[in-house]
Design a protein around this ligand. Structure first.
Ligand code: PLP
Length: 416
């Protein structure tokens, strides 16, 4: 059995008072806290190994390079990629998605008359879903608009479940790429991504999975999912900020042009011509965040040191308990009621503004997120200004869930 008390000792940040109350941290979908081992790994790198990588022949540079490439292999193994070169280190999900949108854009036929010219073939270019985070919407939308193409959107029902019949219809319109959230950061819906990948592949359409909200909660096997790309952020899985990843099937990464240019990503350079480096370096221009990559490796080792099935069960228990207790509140409306859901609960209470509720329970020591959660179209879909969102991590306890619900009940009474 998971020993949560022991686990919490690894997270000193949780052991503090805010406004004189013990901190209850339920904003894990925004970012998780970091265990001591991760903090120490990054510190250790700066104390003993700091050096620019891939460029030096001297001891420290080689040591840092080896550590960085070891971290890449660890990430590859963690999500079951075939080869380490299929892992590109990025700043996180947002950068990974911008990389993909930009690179895919370069594969599109040029506009007639150059930039600002005319698209003679205004075909659908990208298919996303109605529940995407802005990070998996705006980069694609901008790219599509530059090409005067169409952005297709898979609708969802009132429970926050995608309409797969519509999805199939939209696939027939022939988008060049599909990009979908594995788990919605607002609704908690777990999308049937494996099935959706299979459906898209019947039309030879590549699929990107936004794994920002899934990687901390579930074992990811990119070969089993058969996705073409999988993107994630380290800071949502107990690793430092400023590091994340992009997995891509080697054949796709070979085909896509580089995203940024500069040092490290080149093979030869002259004033007339530049040739590019091999994978994965082709996509890693400039000096990377080596310390954070090593922290990410340690975060993965930390997660692997626990029984992931037990973690899943524990987190599910937290969620079920929160839903059950919150249901007692008069006028509560859950936003996102899919059967397959995970990690978080979003809600509004009649007559109470989410922002006021969040602010009041903060004074009681409870940290939740309020607002549109970087998914404004989801708010529009449900006709609401925002929600209160409580999101769970492996170090949260059932007692914390109780404190949270009591705080919500008290705040709702005060505000109505
Ligand atoms: N996609 C989803 C589903 C998210 O929940 C988030 C962050 O909340 C992102 C993308 C963006 O992640 P980041 O800000 O780490 O790049």
């Amino acid at each position: 059995m998971l020993n949560i008390n022991e686990i919490r000792k690894q997270f000193p940040v949780l052991d503090q008072q805010v406004y004189g109350k013990p901190l209850v941290y339920l904003d894990n979908a925004a970012t998780t806290q970091k265990p001591l081992c991760v903090i120490e790994r990054e510190r250790d790198y700066y104390l003993h190994e700091n050096c620019n990588i891939h460029r030096g022949v001297h001891y420290l540079s080689q040591k840092a390079t080896e550590a960085y490439e070891h971290a890449r292999q660890t990430v590859a193994d963690f999500i079951h990629a075939k080869e380490a070169k299929e892992i590109i280190f990025t700043r996180g999900t947002t950068e990974s998605l911008n990389l993909l949108a930009t690179s895919f854009e370069h594969l599109l036929p040029p506009l007639r008359g150059g930039q600002g010219g005319v698209n003679t073939d205004s075909q659908p270019i990208v298919l996303v879903t109605a529940m995407e985070h802005h990070s998996n919407l705006v980069p694609w939308q901008q790219m599509v608009q530059r090409h005067q193409g169409k952005l297709l959107v898979v609708p969802m029902d009132d429970h926050g479940v995608l309409d797969l019949e519509q999805y199939e219809k939209l696939l027939k319109e022939g988008p060049k790429v599909v990009s979908i959230a594995h788990i919605s950061n607002v609704l908690g819906t777990i999308n049937p991504v494996k099935e959706m990948v299979k459906m898209a592949h019947q039309y030879d359409i590549p699929v990107v999975i936004d794994g920002a909200q899934s990687i901390a909660h579930y074992s990811i096997d990119v070969q089993d999912l058969d996705c073409d790309f999988f993107v994630f952020s380290g800071h949502k899985m107990y690793a430092p900020m400023g590091i994340g990843g992009l997995y891509g099937k080697a054949e796709w990464l070979e085909k896509l042009p580089p995203y940024q240019f500069g040092g490290e990503m080149v093979d030869t350079v002259s004033f007339e011509k530049t040739t590019f480096n091999v994978l994965p370096y082709k996509f890693e221009a400039g000096t990377p965040n080596v310390g954070a990559a090593l922290g990410l490796e340690t975060a993965i080792q930390f997660m692997q040191s626990l029984d992931r099935k037990e973690v899943e069960e524990h987190e599910n228990q937290l969620l079920q308990s929160a839903i059950e207790q919150l249901s007692e509140i008069d006028g509560i409306r859950f936003i996102g009621e899919a059967e397959q859901r995970s990690g978080l609960v979003s809600f509004i209470i009649k007559g109470v503004h989410p922002y006021d509720l969040g602010t009041l329970i903060d004074k009681m020591g409870v940290a939740v997120r309020t607002g549109h959660h970087c998914a404004e179209p989801v708010m529009t879909r449900f006709g609401i200004p925002g929600t209160v969102r409580a999101s769970f991590a492996l170090y949260n306890t059932l007692e914390e869930v109780e404190i949270f619900v009591k705080a919500v009940k008290k705040a709702a009474m005060m505000l109505r």
